[in-house]
Ligand binder design. Structure first.
Ligand SMILES: [Zn+2]
Length: 326
């Protein structure tokens, strides 16, 4: 298939008008940040679990701040959901094609952990936006092992990359590359003139300490916290504190109790039940508590919502793919 990529210069100009370069002219101090306005939007690009559901792509949460995109996880199938965002006014302009190309602007991803339901979409994220126009390396931040994973993905697709680079199809030379940072501690992992992102360690099953993370995203307008996959521990509350939108994994309390005891023990070692999540909500009092990654164990979505409503009086939703919160 032949894609008529436009010349580089117009792409850069549009990027400058719509992206960070304009923002970079703004003052950078924390005090001035507090008075800056921003437009922060959360898009659930994938809300699934290892259990296959046609209506839920794998885990992927997009935070868009003044048209700059920050992606958290790259679960299987999520890239297709970008298509529904073309033309939304909070998204970057479509610049390469008349539609379905906003993900050409997708240039950074923050990985919570390396369970496949969170990273099986990585090859598509690395390669498809490049074919559709991304001309810069994609930043990848995540736990130890993410470098080997991306290196091996490039190795697996070497023939595809080679024929696009050296065949007759016009292609840019850099967009398939990755710029990887591995982390193992709670730390600030990204800071620009409007957004500070802190990775914090979470306890998730038998993953070693420093191998699973949640992310706290602070903008002048909002604080969004993404739990990643984690069991319930009060020590995490300091990272949830002040969240306007708390996006947290969940499992059905009624469902998990129907499992054999060894599976129950495993699940509580790795995940957070509705009852536990209600305790978190009561302690943190977010404006909106978003349940995602629902482990149902035979329960329905509606039963999960009813269960949660029985434990929690605050404002909550069960996320579906392409739900938007702002
Ligand atoms: Zn998971």
């Amino acid at each position: 298939m032949h894609f008529p990529l436009k010349p580089l210069v117009p792409m850069v100009l549009v990027g400058l008008l719509g992206g960070q370069s304009v923002l970079a002219a703004e003052p950078e101090s924390a005090a001035s940040n507090a008075t800056m306005s921003s437009n922060t939007t959360v898009v659930m690009l994938g809300t699934g679990t290892p259990v296959l559901k046609h209506e839920r792509a794998g885990q992927a949460i997009l935070v868009v701040v003044d048209k700059e995109m920050y992606l958290f996880d790259a679960g299987p199938g999520f890239v297709r959901n970008f298509d529904a965002l073309s033309g939304k006014d909070f998204m970057p302009e479509d610049i390469y094609f008349s539609n379905d190309s906003v993900y050409g602007e997708m240039n950074k991803v923050f990985v919570t952990h390396l369970d496949s339901d969170h990273v099986m979409g990585m090859p598509e994220l690395m390669l498809r936006p490049w074919v559709m126009g991304r001309s810069e390396s994609m930043k990848v931040i995540g736990p130890k092992g993410v470098e080997a994973m991306t290196t091996n993905i490039l190795e697996a697709y070497v023939d595809d990359i080679d024929h696009r680079l050296h065949g007759t199809q016009p292609a840019n030379p850099d967009g398939f590359n990755v710029d990887v940072t591995e982390i193992s501690e709670t730390q600030v992992v990204h800071q620009d003139d409007k957004v500070t992102i802190t990775a914090f360690k979470v306890p998730h099953g038998s993953w070693e300490d420093g191998m699973a993370f949640g992310y706290r995203v602070e903008t002048p307008e909002k604080t969004v916290v993404i739990s990643g996959d984690t069991r319930h521990e009060e020590a995490l509350y300091e990272h949830f504190e002040g969240a306007d939108i708390l996006i947290h994994e969940v499992m059905s309390e009624g469902g998990v109790h129907q499992l054999p005891q060894d599976w129950q023990d495993y699940m509580y070692h790795a995940h957070t039940s509705t009852k536990q999540l209600a305790e978190i909500g009561d302690a943190i009092e977010p404006e909106l508590l978003v349940m995602t990654h629902p482990l149902l164990f035979g329960q329905t979505d509606e039963q999960l919502r009813e269960e949660m409503a029985g434990y929690y009086d605050g404002n909550f939703v069960l996320a579906s793919d392409l739900a938007i919160y702002d």
